[in-house]
Structures are given as C-alpha cells and as structure tokens.
Design a protein around this ligand. Structure first.
Ligand SMILES: Cc1cc2nc3c(=O)[nH]c(=O)nc-3n(C[C@H](O)[C@H](O)[C@H](O)COP(=O)(O)OP(=O)(O)OC[C@H]3O[C@@H](n4cnc5c(N)ncnc54)[C@H](O)[C@@H]3O)c2cc1C
Length: 340
C-alpha cells in the first residue's frame, strides 16, 4: 500500500494554480480520502483552505518569506522536509518550472527516483504505473519502478482540476531551517498579456505557415496585412498561436517576418506538441514533421490555396481550399458582427 503525497506550491497570494489543482485531483483519484497534501510557498495555509474538501487526511505546509520565491535551494529544502514528514512512498507533483527544477534534486537527497513529463498515473494490482511519451511524442511508454520514494512530475492538462469548494483545513506546519540563500527574485519580465500569443488553455490553436510571407497573386508580399489579420484573429478569439518551422526560421535568416513570432511558437517534430480541442492552420503546407506536433489536437482544419497540400492527404478533418488572407479577413469581420 502506497502512502501518497501530493506536493504543490502556491502562486502569488496563497493561490493554487490549475496545475496544482490537477495534481490534487489525480492524488484523490489514486488514493480516495487518504493521501497527504504538502504545500510550499507564500500563505500556504490559505492554499490548504482552497482544497480543504479534497479528502486529504493531512495538510502539511512550509511557508514564510524565505519559501515564497521560487529558488532551488529553498524549494528543495521545503519539498524534502514535506516528503520526509509525510513518509510518502509515491509523490505526485505538477510539472511546473518551479518543481521541475527542484524535485529531481530532492529525489536524490531521499535516495529515491523521479520521473518527469508523466501523462497519467494509475495503480495496477497495488503497483503505481505511469505513462509518458518518448521520441518526441511518437511512442507512449508505460513504466513502474521498485524504488521509493518515487516522485512523479505530471504534465499540465492531463487531469481534470480539483473543482471543490474552499473550507477550513487543519494545517500542520513543518518547520524548515532555510538554507543559505544566494538568489533573490527581483522582478518578473513577461510580455503584456495581449502580446502573449502562446495560450495553453485556449480552445483553439491557430497555426500560421510560411505562406503568409510569400508573394501573393499580385506578385508582392503582404506582411503588414498578414500581421494585422493574424493578430486581429488572435485578439478576437483568444486562440493560441503556433507556427511552422519555415516561418520562424525566416527570423534567423534576416528576412521580413511576422514580428510577434518566435521559435517558442513552433509546432512539430522539432517544436512543441500542444494540447487544444481544435486547430486551424493557415498558409501552412501540412508536412509530416509539422503535423506530428498536432498529435493532441482533436479536430483539425486547414486553409490552403493548394488542393494537393499535405493537410488534404488525410491529415486534416476539413481543408478549405481558399486564400487565407481573404478567409481570415472575412472571419474577423463576422466575429466583429457577432460581438456587436
Ligand atoms: C528533421 C526535420 C524536422 C522538422 N521539424 C519541423 C517542425 O518541428 N515543425 C515544422 O513546422 N516543420 C518542421 N520541419 C519542416 C517541414 O518539413 C516543412 O518544411 C515546414 O513545416 C514547411 O512550413 P510551411 O508549411 O509553413 O511552408 P511551405 O512549405 O512553404 O508552405 C506554405 C504553404 O502556404 C500556402 N499558401 C501560400 N499563400 C497562401 C494563401 N494566400 N492562402 C492559403 N495558403 C497559402 C502554400 O500553398 C503552401 O502550401 C522539419 C523538417 C525536418 C527535415
């Protein structure tokens, strides 16, 4: 019988973000009402109240000024203390950047093991089993490990978030002497939210291909128009923006490009594999190395002038053989009408 700890951290103001709530729901699914919740970070007690009704048998917290900022030394010390205090054999944690940095070191300190990027955790015949993808999402592996404690970092979006109402949790504070601190977070630099084009929670992924930068019917390129159409579509729909490799590679070649596009937007074999219910590609050919990044997109559509493009060969559910400049301009106008 495993003792399960769900190890989570707070965001600003003692709030738990969606990845933490997904990990809580997963722990409950595995253990019913018998797991331990361990919370690190600013106002961890308030976070415990947020999940008071989740069924955890114990709520252990480490908070205080030293533990509010993400930092390897303090995060690892806090997580190690919670793992030891809980006596956990299986530790479920969200695969946030904060935990992905700190928890492998914690596994080493506990003489345990860690696995990252897990997409599911189950118990089969009393043994924990996880799944994860290998070789850029082409093969799914199922694995288990005999060593304990076993820390499993779970990918975001693979479980439903714990939806329960807040309450009053009975919290056990775990005292941790902070290690020597050399790193101080002095601020956060992030793009304005309307400039942030990667939105993992969006219902729609909009992928732009290199066709947006190519000469069009009049023999000229129309970059300014392309930018305005794509950004207009994103602002109206709040879709997440993906790109083909060809389009983002243009930046490195010093060619005229869409200024808001970076390599972080690239989808595909050498890019990302985002998860969205729907996807729409425009001016993108739909070649295999790009389309493998669409593995987790449930419903796929594409707009391409070429009726023989890759999407038309069984890779999309619907292909609109049309000029994407015209289609997106029309869609933006229809969306404006609907919002009026
Ligand atoms: C090892 C390896 C790894 C790779 N990894 C990736 C990867 O991770 N991601 C990735 O994307 N690619 C990857 N590629 C590259 C991939 O094979 C393709 O070269 C790339 O995806 C093509 O990008 P594209 O479709 O935007 O451009 P293009 O092939 O140039 O296609 C542009 C399309 O736009 C259409 N078009 C032009 N104007 C319009 C218009 N007005 N309206 C509608 N359609 C229009 C054209 O018909 C054309 O189909 C990889 C390749 C290799 C060899």
């Amino acid at each position: 019988m495993e003792t399960i700890l769900v190890l989570i951290h707070t965001e600003g103001g003692g709030r738990l973000a969606r990845p933490a709530l997904e990990a809580v729901a997963l722990a409950k699914e595995l253990a019913g009402d018998g797991f331990v919740a361990g919370i690190v970070g600013e106002d961890a007690g308030a976070a415990a109240n947020q999940i008071a009704a989740c069924g955890a048998a114990r709520f252990l917290t480490v908070d205080g000024a030293e533990f509010s900022q993400p930092r390897y030394a303090t995060d690892a010390a806090a997580a190690e203390a919670l793992c030891r205090a809980s006596g956990a054999t299986l530790i479920i944690a969200p695969g946030t950047s904060r935990w992905s940095r700190a928890l492998p070191g914690v596994a080493a300190r506990l003489n345990g093991r860690v696995d990252t990027h897990a997409t599911s955790v189950g118990i089969e015949n009393g043994t924990p089993v996880i799944t994860r993808w290998y070789y850029r999402q082409r093969m799914e592996g199922t694995l288990t490990r005999p060593q304990r404690p076993w820390i499993v970092l779970v990918e975001g979006g693979c479980a439903k978030a714990w939806p329960g109402a807040p309450g009053a949790a009975s919290v056990e504070k775990v005292a941790v002497i902070p290690p020597a601190i050399r790193t101080e977070v002095t601020g956060v630099r992030a793009p304005r939210s309307d400039q942030q084009t990667i939105r993992p929670d969006a219902d729609l992924l909009f992928v732009a291909g290199a066709g947006w930068t190519k000469p069009q019917a009049d023999g000229k390129t129309h970059l300014a128009e392309a930018e305005q159409l794509i950004l207009g579509f994103l602002n109206r729909t709040q879709a997440s923006l993906g790109s083909s490799k060809s389009l983002v590679d243009l930046t490195g070649e010093g060619q005229a490009v869409l200024t808001f596009m970076t390599h972080l937007n690239q989808v595909g074999q050498t890019g990302s594999t985002p998860r969205h219910p729907k996807g729409l590609a425009a001016c993108c050919h739909g070649e295999e190395p790009h389309v493998v990044g669409w593995r987790f997109i449930n419903e796929r559509r594409a707009i391409n002038k070429d009726p023989n493009c890759g999407w038309a060969r069984g890779k999309a559910d619907v292909v609109y053989v049309a000029d994407a400049f015209e289609v997106v301009a029309k869609v933006n106008a229809l969306l404006d009408e609907r919002m009026r």
